[in-house]
Design a protein around this ligand. Sequence first.
Ligand code: NI
Length: 328
Amino acid sequence: MDAEKRKNKSAEQTNRKLLGGLIVSSLLVLLLAVGCGTAISGVLWYAEQMDTLAADNESLNQALGEAAQREQVNKETIADLERQLNDLRGQAEDNAAAIAALEARIAGQAPVPVTYPQDAKLIALTFDDGPGATTSRLLDELKKRRIPATFFVLGTRAKAQPALLKRMVQEGHVVGSHSNAHKNLTKLAYKALDEDMQACAEAIEAATGQAPTLMRAPGGNYNETVTGYARLRGLRLIQWSVDTRDWESRNKEAILTTAFQKGQYGIRDGAIVLMHDIYDTTVDAAVEMMDRLLDEGYTMVTVPELLRVRAGGGTPGAVYRECLPAKP
Ligand code: NI
């Protein structure tokens, strides 16, 4: 029994060992299987990730390609715009040159000088102290007859009625300075004289766009200070040979009688006639005077025109009372 027991015991031990080995082996196999499964699923996961990455990479490359294409288009657009800009700059330079050339032509385009027959009788009608209430009626009468005149305006009145000055210039008349406030210029210190005259010149330029080139001293009062001032400012000092004394008589017939008197104080070729466009009686007289002068074959001109034809344009600071024709 003992031997059999021992045999059985031994067999039992062997069986246990075998069972143990079997369990261990099974566990190992199981572990191996789990390991392999994990490994396979890991490989599959990586493969999937690789695909995703590849797809991402492709779309990135595509986006980069499109961006590069857009950049190229932008570069071409910029280059095209730069070309257009250069073309426009070139055109602008051409235009500026053309404008400058036209401006130079305009600046150099003096009105074609009128030539008068040798025996033409020229006379300049001048009107002082305006513009006034009767100035526009006088302008209407001058316009009807196409007669140009010269107005020596006061700065204070010019400032009040700039439209009338503008009209004068537009209708071919000339505007000269008669000072700002009609003071006796010989009684003013140089600084006060300059200020007074400049105020008038500025009013004339503001209204007409042209600075005056003529002046007439209030009351005809001038001295060396006044002529010195006129020379410095480029002004010809215009007096008169025919004093109608219209302001005194205020009478049409008296004005005409005085104007048409015989001799050096009456109307003759080269005379400068003094009147005032601020009296109705003066305008009435001027209308008759103009018609009579036309009948007698006179050509009425502005003072600068008379100076141009008879005195080489005149000299700033010089005094003119008339411009007689050259003796043959
Ligand atoms: Ni006056």
